[in-house]
Write a protein that binds this ligand. Structure first.
Ligand code: PGA
Length: 252
C-alpha cells in the first residue's frame, strides 16, 4: 500500500516573519494528523533553517522546492542536497512545472537530480504533467510517458519505492480549475503502469502518486478517494493553516 503524503509547496511566498507565523499556526492546526498520512511543508530556502528548528519534534516533515546536483563548489545561487539535509529537510520537490517552464529544466536534468537526491538521502517528489495545449491535442499519455520514463530511468527499485511522483496538469496549477477525479485517476493509473513496466509490480504497488493542481478543502476528499491517488501536492491552499489542515484531514 502506498503511503498517503500531503505536501504543501509554498513556492516564492512568505518571508521569514510570515513563515514563522504560518509554521506556528500549522503546528497547532496539525497537532494530530490522520494515522497513515504523512504531512510535508516546503517553504522557500530562506525559511528552511527556521522551519527545521520550529518543526523539530513535530509530526510535520520538511521539504525543499528544488536543489542542485552537486554537494558544494562554484555554482552561484544554487543549494546542495547536503545543505538541505543539514537544516532538517527529508523531501525535495524536483521538476515542478514552473521550474520546467521558467528555468528550462529537462527530464534528463531532473533525472540527475533524482539520483543525487537519493544518493544524499533525500526523498524526491518528482513532478510531471501536461499543458492545456497538449491535453487538447490528445497527447497527454505520450507527454506523461516521456516525462515519467525520462525522470525515473536508472533509479534502483529500492530508490523508486521511496520516490514520490506528483501528477500536476499544468492547466490546473494556480487556475482554480482542478482536474476531475476521473481525469486525474486515468493519468495516475497510466503512471503506475509505467512504474510497473520499469520497476515491477512490487514497486508500482508501493509508490506514492500525488495529485496537484488547485487542490482545496472542497475537492480534496473526492480526489483522494480515487484508487491511484495517494496524496496531494498543494500550492495556493497551503498558504493558510486552516485550508491546508482541512486538506490533511480530508485524507483520513
Ligand atoms: P496550486 O499549485 O495548488 O496553487 O494549483 C499546485 C502546485 O503547483 O504544486
Amino acid at each position: 500500500m502506498p503511503q498517503t503524503i500531503i505536501a504543501g509547496n509554498w513556492k516564492m511566498n512568505k518571508d521569514l516573519r510570515e513563515s514563522e507565523d504560518l509554521l506556528i499556526a500549522l503546528k497547532s492546526a496539525l497537532a494530530t494528523i490522520p494515522s497513515g498520512t504523512t504531512v510535508v511543508v516546503c517553504p522557500p530556502f530562506t525559511s528552511l533553517a527556521l522551519a527545521g528548528s520550529l518543526l523539530n519534534g513535530s509530526a510535520i516533515a520538511l521539504g525543499a522546492q528544488n536543489m542542485y546536483v552537486e554537494d558544494e563548489g562554484a555554482f552561484t545561487g544554487e543549494v546542495s542536497p547536503r545543505m538541505l539535509l543539514a537544516v532538517g529537510c527529508r523531501y525535495v520537490i524536483l521538476g515542478h512545472s514552473e521550474r520546467r517552464q521558467y528555468f528550462h529544466e529537462t527530464d534528463e536534468f531532473i533525472n540527475r537530480k533524482a539520483k543525487k537526491a537519493h544518493a544524499a538521502g533525500l526523498i524526491p517528489i518528482i513532478c510531471v504533467g501536461e499543458t492545456l495545449q497538449e491535453r487538447e491535442k490528445n497527447i497527454t499519455p505520450l507527454v506523461i510517458t516521456t516525462q515519467v520514463r525520462g525522470c525515473l530511468q536508472g533509479l534502483t527499485p529500492a530508490q523508486m519505492k521511496r520516490t514520490v511522483i506528483a501528477y500536476e496538469p499544468v492547466w490546473a496549477i494556480g487556475t482554480g480549475k482542478n482536474a476531475t477525479p476521473q481525469q486525474a485517476q486515468e493519468v495516475h493509473a497510466l503512471i503506475r503502469s509505467l512504474v510497473k513496466e520499469m520497476f515491477g509490480t512490487d514497486v508500482a504497488d508501493a509508490v506514492t502518486i500525488q495529485y496537484g493542481g488547485s487542490v482545496k478543502p472542497e475537492n480534496a476528499a473526492e480526489l483522494l478517494r480515487q484508487k491511484d491517488i495517494n496524496g496531494a501536492l498543494v500550492g495556493g491552499a497551503c498558504l493558510k493553516a486552516d485550508s491546508f489542515s482541512a486538506i490533511v484531514r480530508a485524507s483520513a
